[in-house]
Design a binder for this molecule. Structure first.
Ligand code: ADP
Ligand code: MG
Length: 402
């Protein structure tokens, strides 16, 4: 598909641009705890501002059912203002008379942040009235919210359909291009590392990688359903019966697939999940009763790291262990270091995986750290993202191919 981008917008002085951003950031004590997603939108915002546009920003934050003051975007507007070095006006609501007045009064180079769009129940229903009210605020729509592109909501899909001049922002474009290329024409070997907590959320992703990747390495709690399906003891490790069934099917599929499915050969175990738990090495993968597997072991780390070093492209989703707890962070840290040192194209997706890479100070050394967890996985599964599809067909002669 082809979409228009910022390059196709022409003169912006005197224009009001509605920018859908993904400012769904973690808050702590009323302040932004991690501003990665705000920083990721800066290139698009700076470009539009430098060309004289007035910006109206719209985002969701958390999952409020209605107006919930603790999920106001005010702290986000404050952080954005610090990062841009410009005032960011906070709107009192998402839409309505007061908001329309504020939007109409914006001068070139000024910014208005709308309130959390999920304060409006119409947002997740993709309500045409809410979409129309948003569309009335601006002349141009820019979607830079990759993390929300898998949802057909009023601020991602509904409003876009109503504004003929709708384009993809720089972040959204880079995200879609990187992840699409990863699946369609990766430098080989393509190695996928999949970990984290639940197999059932990621079955379709594993299935797709079995067809497309050369190697799929499994770690984290996700390994236990596979190990159980092979007849190993998993002790108290995270491992639901339903996931064991899924793992059995995937192991069956792996016999005939292009990709080789690789499982851990040793583990780090403990008697319970906690920072005070004593980490014990386990040579092998049969977890004794009364214990749970909380990290991959050193032999597995060495094997996985070596495969990463030989890769042309690496995609990583899901930590190798309970990395938030220091005794069980070694596997995830070592893998992150292996990616950082590899010559390969390295792409990291998933909220906790991105947080892990950032925690180890290695985010800058990856080719791409996706800002979209669910959206990135859906794209990899081969699904169309409604927020991107709605931008398609707007460019016959210009634009970029996604
Ligand atoms: P992402 O957000 O990157 O997609 P997930 O949400 O699927 O990743 O998984 C991350 C979570 O998995 C982390 O909170 C981590 O503590 C947990 N985890 C990983 N390995 C284990 C394990 N062996 N036992 C328990 N929890 C684990
Ligand atoms: Mg997660």
């Amino acid at each position: 598909m082809t979409v228009r981008t910022l390059d196709d917008l022409g003169e912006l002085r005197g224009k009001r641009v509605l920018v859908r951003v993904d400012f769904n950031v973690p808050l702590s004590a009323g302040a932004v705890a991690d501003d990665t997603r705000i920083r990721a939108a800066l290139p698009t915002l700076r470009e539009l501002l430098s060309r004289g546009a007035a910006l109206i920003l719209v985002s969701h934050l958390g999952r409020p059912k209605q107006r919930e003051p603790e999920l106001s975007l005010a702290p986000v507007a404050e952080r954005l203002s610090e990062l841009l070095g410009l005032p960011v006006q906070m709107a009192p609501a998402v839409v309505g008379e007061q908001v329309s007045k504020l939007a109409a009064a914006l001068a070139p180079g000024e910014l208005l942040m709308l309130e959390n769009v999920r304060f409006e129940p119409g947002e997740t229903r993709n309500d045409p009235q809410l979409a129309a009210a948003l569309a009335e605020l601006a002349d141009i729509y820019v979607d830079d919210a990759f993390g929300a592109a898998h949802r057909a909501h009023a601020s991602t899909e509904g409003v876009a359909r109503l504004i003929p001049k709708r384009v993809a922002g720089l972040l959204l474009t880079r995200e879609v291009q990187t992840l699409t290329k990863l699946m369609s024409s990766p430098a080989r070997p393509l190695v996928a590392i999949l970990g984290g907590a639940k197999v059932s959320d990621k079955i379709a992703v594993i299935e797709r990688f079995l067809e497309v990747a050369d190697t799929i390495m499994i770690g984290g709690a996700m390994a236990f359903p596979f190990l159980a399906a092979q007849g190993h003891e998993v002790g108290d490790s995270l491992c639901s019966g339903e996931d064991v069934e899924h793992a059995r099917t995937l192991l069956e599929a792996a016999r005939a697939s292009r990709g080789e499915l690789v499982l851990p050969s040793d583990l780090v175990i403990a008697e319970h999940f906690g920072a005070d738990a004593a980490a014990e090495p386990l040579d092998g993968v049969d977890v004794p009763a009364g214990h749970m597997g909380l990290d991959i072991g050193p032999r597995t780390v060495a094997d996985y790291s070596e495969r990463v070093a030989r890769a042309g492209t690496v995609f990583w989703n899901g930590p190798m262990g309970a990395f938030e707890l220091e005794p069980f962070a070694a596997g995830t840290r070592a893998l992150a270091q292996a990616l950082a040192s590899a010559d390969a194209v390295t792409v990291v997706g998933g909220g906790d995986s991105a947080a892990a890479v950032a925690k180890f100070g290695l985010a800058e050394r990856m080719t791409h750290v996706s800002t979209g967890g669910g959206a990135a996985l859906e794209l990899i599964e081969g699904k169309q993202l409604p927020g991107v599809v709605v931008l398609d067909g707007t460019a016959q002669d210009a634009g970029v191919t996604l």
